[in-house]
Every structure is written in structure tokens, then in C-alpha cells.
Design a protein around this ligand. Structure first.
Ligand code: HPA
Length: 274
């Protein structure tokens, strides 16, 4: 695995002159953030050795290298989901490669169902902690010592200083920013009303089908993580309605501009960049 990761990182370093310091993962419907990147190189996943290939509708598969807020970034336009049939190790392969390329922080995004009654469609929640319902871990199996320790600490999975900056950026640019707990489910079915109610009872504010694998891999590599959920549907007692992937994509698309502004603001003030 280490050899494959290095081979892929070396290939990408030879394909682009950008030396990214921030790795951005764009969730469902959030791909428009790339419009804010001054792009130097676009590399389709299909051209990258050892990369899995994404299949889900609405997810394009490209690595985008360029500058966001004048900082060198790489954005994953389309991520790899467990529900597509990838193993947990495959879902985190790209993020591990980006770490080998030199990124110093991971900015993750996802579309999620809001189960906190305060949340409205189109609003953004910065993730402060998570509850993991994936059936296995990308770190299971022989530890890759070059990446990190066997038993990674998870006492601060989401970087507190980046969260603090996000709140100050949000108030400066005038967007409502929630802060809450993300619950990750393997999917691909959405939750039943009883499940949404159950997850609310155990303390979750939003539910999605991604992000947690990448957070586990990032923290294993001691990479600071900043992550947000865009609320694309709400599910609270008295307000359960049918969920469709199309509605999720449309709602995410509408919130993408706010998320882009937030990411830019946090990147500018990040303590982890030169
Ligand atoms: N549940 C799980 N994943 C999701 C949801 C949801 O309600 N909305 C968007 N992704």
C-alpha cells in the first residue's frame, strides 16, 4: 500500500507544478467551488495510476490543482463512497496520496440531512465531532507505520482553531453557521423516520454517508481537519418527507456559493499554511 501511495503521489507531482497545501474534498452537489479556484491543472481520476473510479451521478471525477484565495490547493471533484462498493481503504486512498504530496490540512464537505430542529435546507453546519456508524475502519488491518500510529487519538478530530476561524469568517460575510455533530451511515438508503429520531436522540445534528472515513485517515496522518455539512433536507418528527438524490443535489448546489466563501475565508486565516 505504501508503495502504491508513493507511486501515485510521484505521478501527480510530475503532472503539476502546484504544491498544494490544502486538500479539499467536494461533496455531492458542491463541485461548483471549483469555479472559485484559479485552475492550473485538471487531472481526471481515470488517468491517475491506482486511483479508484467514481460512479455516482452528479459526481465528477477530477483532481483540480490551482489557487484558492491565492493559496495552493488541490480539490477532489467527486469522492469515493463506501456505498459505491469501494472498500474503506479505497475510499481514503486519494486523501492519503494528497498527504504524501504535502498537504497540511484537509477541508472536507458533504451533503447531509439535518435532524436538529433549528436547521434549515441550504444552511451550513461546521462539524465539531462525529458518531461513526460505518461497519469498518479504513485503518483496519496491518498499520501503515509510514502514515501514522496503530491507535490514533481522536480526542480532537475536527481542528478547534479552524472551527473558531470559521465562526468569525461566517459572521464577517453574513452567513448563518451552525456547529454540530455529524453521524455517518454507510447508506445508500436514506434513513427511516424511526432511524432519524433515534440518531437525534443519541446526539447527532446531521446525517450523511461520507466524510468519516476520510477523517479517520486524516487523523491517522495527524492532518488537521476542517469539515462542513450542507443541509440538503431536514428530517425531524412531524416533518419527514420523501428524500431523493436529485433534491439533495439541487439544495447543495444552492449552498455551494456560501460554502466556497467560507472555505476561502478559513484558508486565508489558517495557522497551518505558510
Ligand atoms: N441521510 C443520509 N445522507 C444524506 C442525507 C440524509 O438525510 N441527506 C444527504 N445525504
Amino acid at each position: 500500500m505504501w508503495k502504491k501511495l508513493s507511486e501515485t503521489a510521484d505521478y501527480l507531482l510530475s503532472r503539476t507544478s502546484i504544491r498544494p497545501e490544502t486538500g479539499i474534498v467536494l461533496g455531492t452537489g458542491l463541485g461548483n467551488l471549483i469555479n472559485d479556484i484559479s485552475i492550473t491543472d485538471t487531472i481526471p481520476y481515470t488517468e491517475i495510476p491506482n486511483f479508484p473510479v467514481t460512479t455516482v451521478e452528479g459526481h465528477q471525477g477530477n483532481l483540480i490543482f490551482g489557487h484558492l484565495a491565492e493559496k495552493p490547493v488541490v480539490a477532489m471533484q467527486g469522492r469515493f463512497h463506501y456505498y459505491e462498493g469501494f472498500s474503506m481503504v479505497e475510499t481514503v486512498f486519494p486523501l492519503r496520496v494528497l498527504k504524501l504530496m504535502g498537504i497540511r490540512q484537509a477541508f472536507l464537505s458533504n451533503a447531509a440531512g439535518g435532524i436538529n430542529p433549528d436547521y434549515k435546507v441550504g444552511e451550513i453546519m461546521v462539524i465539531r465531532d462525529h458518531i461513526n456508524f460505518f461497519p469498518e475502519s479504513p485503518l483496519r488491518g496491518k498499520n501503515i507505520d509510514e502514515l501514522g500510529t496503530r491507535f490514533p487519538d481522536m480526542s480532537e478530530p475536527y481542528d478547534k482553531s479552524l472551527i473558531r476561524i470559521a465562526h468569525s469568517v461566517a459572521s464577517k460575510i453574513g452567513i448563518r453557521l451552525h456547529q454540530g455533530i455529524y453521524l455517518g451511515n454507510p447508506g445508500p438508503s436514506f434513513e427511516t423516520p424511526a432511524e432519524y429520531t433515534h440518531y437525534r436522540m443519541i446526539g447527532a445534528d446531521a446525517i450523511g454517508m461520507s466524510t468519516i472515513p476520510e477523517v479517520l485517515a486524516a487523523r491517522h496522518m495527524s492532518l488537521p481537519v476542517f469539515a462542513v455539512s450542507v443541509v440538503t433536507n431536514v428530517a425531524i418528527p412531524g416533518n419527514f418527507s420523501e428524500n431523493t438524490h436529485e433534491d439533495v443535489q439541487i439544495a447543495a448546489n444552492r449552498a455551494a456559493a456560501d460554502m466556497a466563501k467560507l472555505f476561502k475565508g478559513v484558508i486565508v486565516e489558517s495557522p497551518y499554511l505558510s
